[in-house]
Ligand binder design. Structure first.
Ligand SMILES: [Fe+2]
Length: 304
């Protein structure tokens, strides 16, 4: 009988070899090799085409009334093309009745999107290479996230990361975001994030010592994992969520592929921690200050 190569053992080996869990806890982020970035181009091309096709886009805007009361925030459940709140849409687009923000558009994939698209009679033939990419990336990231949670449980016992990951499993999602604008500095709301690939550099992260470093999101060989707010909550606020944002040439069409896990956190747990988070001056984000600090770092690097 042949041995079946199990992805979990493969990923466990990769994670151990690159000390991913240790680095993640020490720095707030870690980088490691994976085969995932190879799917990015096909997916990005499909998404760019979809965003040019308003009739088809309408079929991908999901009105998804999923158990919104049982989790911390409705934003965590969105799948399909995200409909921005109306105040974020440019007035001239609002006047045309558009539902999405032209400066930043996200598609969230979870396998439950596919039957929805079938129901809507979406053009699955045209977009099948893109959906195929989403499927593979999503499934692989899910397996990878299991291996990572297991590693975290070994490295930092007592917080049941694997159990939490399974509790939030339903809300795992893969995002392909397209934008023409800087991405504001922020901390993600989920558990931990895999930054898989982008078509242009620009990501900056703050490590646990407070230093700003460049992301390596255009590296086609590796991906990055960083820490988000639910991880901070679960670890009793020992491990802050990683501050990050995008600084890039204005007007550039940037696309990025990301996977989010939602570690299971109850509404009460979220609310009490979010209050602490919002009231703690250490977590305030001053966009201008960060942007000028990064501009200075870039000047120094150029001069070096
Ligand atoms: Fe983010």
């Amino acid at each position: 009988m042949h041995d079946i190569v199990r992805p979990t053992s493969h990923f466990r080996d990769v994670l151990r070899q690159h000390r991913v869990a240790e680095q993640f806890l020490e720095q707030g982020y870690a980088t490691f090799p994976s085969g995932l970035p190879q799917y990015f181009e096909t997916m990005a091309k499909g998404v760019a085409r979809l965003l040019q096709d308003p009739l088809e886009m309408g079929r991908w805007i999901v009105d998804d009334p999923l158990e919104r009361d049982t989790i911390c925030d409705a934003r965590d459940t969105d799948i399909g093309i995200l409909v921005k709140s109306l105040d974020k849409i440019e007035p001239r687009h609002k006047a045309e009745g558009r539902l999405t923000n032209d400066r930043k558009q996200s598609i969230h994939f979870n396998p439950r999107l596919v039957p929805y698209l079938e129901e809507q009679r979406a053009d699955l033939e045209t977009y099948s290479p893109m959906l195929y990419g989403f499927n593979i990336v999503h499934n692989t990231c899910e397996v990878l996230s299991l291996a990572f949670a297991e590693e975290l449980d070994t490295t930092l016992p007592g917080f049941n990361f694997l159990e939490r990951l399974r509790a939030g499993w339903f809300w795992n999602k893969t995002r392909l975001v397209s934008y023409h604008d800087h991405g504001k500095f922020h901390r993600d709301r989920n558990g931990f994030t895999f930054a898989i690939q982008s078509n242009a550099p620009g990501l900056w992260l703050q490590d646990r010592s407070g230093r700003f470093i460049r992301g390596n999101e255009t590296d086609k060989a590796s991906i990055m994992v960083f820490s988000s707010k639910k991880f901070w909550m679960i670890t009793e606020r020992q491990f802050p969520a990683t501050l990050h944002g995008v600084v890039e040439e204005p007007g550039r069409f940037r696309q990025s592929l990301v996977f989010f896990t939602h570690l299971g956190v109850s509404k009460a747990e979220w609310d009490s921690n979010e209050e602490i988070y919002l009231n703690d001056p250490r977590y305030r984000v001053n966009q201008e200050e960060i942007l000028s600090h990064i501009a200075e770092l870039e000047r120094q690097q150029l001069a070096a």
